[in-house]
Design a binder for this molecule. Structure first.
Ligand code: ADP
Length: 173
């Protein structure tokens, strides 16, 4: 049984076997969580991302998929990079956002990770409404069939996001 916890703060200061990165398809860095992970994690993460781009991921990482690299200097064993969908009012991309959580957990489980930390994927620059993002995150993690992962923590940057996730976790339990 996987437990779900909440924390508030900067995910790059969090300790977990896997820290999930809300990456973009280039895998070569960006703003928000992505920028913070590469800044604090150091150049080893970017070097491995470049190797991925030179190999199987020549066109980049598709939306909803996930791939692992070293965690560099972060207090973690791996970073799992996943690409969230950009919010669109006229198109339901929920399945892609759910896939980010499910695929990241599948990769983490395959690595033998016991603890996984997620940011609120797509809710920053990609514009997903926080409440719906929290609903999808919580539902998807609850539905995942995992063997090695014992604890999943959502690390929310601010008070509001933390409150929204807390309400979602409380609602559905
Ligand atoms: P996306 O492009 O998938 O929307 P962002 O990185 O822009 O990704 O934002 C995703 C969420 O992560 C937002 O809610 C944002 O406030 C939050 N966030 C930004 N930086 C950090 C950080 N260092 N730690 C945890 N959460 C963060």
């Amino acid at each position: 049984m996987t437990t779900i916890s909440l924390a508030q703060g900067d995910i790059t200061r969090f300790h977990a076997d896997v820290i999930v990165n809300a990456a973009n398809s280039s895998l070569l860095g960006g703003g928000g969580v992505d920028g913070a992970i590469h800044r604090r994690g150091g150049p080893a993460i970017l070097a491995e991302c470049r190797e991925l781009r030179a190999g199987h991921y020549g066109k980049g990482l598709a939306t909803g998929q996930a791939v692992a690299t070293t965690a560099g200097e972060l207090d973690a064993r791996w970073v799992v990079h996943t690409v969230g969908p950009v919010w669109a009012a006229d198109e339901d991309r929920s399945a892609l956002l759910a896939s980010c959580y499910a695929e990241s957990l599948r990769v983490a489980d395959g690595l033998g990770a016991r603890t996984v930390a997620f940011p609120a994927i797509s809710t920053g620059v990609y514009g997903w409404p926080m409440d719906d993002g929290a609903r999808i995150a919580v539902e998807t993690v609850r539905a995942a069939a995992l063997t090695s992962v014992e604890d999943v923590t959502f690390v929310l940057f601010d008070d509001r996001a933390h409150g929204v996730f807390a309400a979602r976790l409380g609602d559905d339990s």
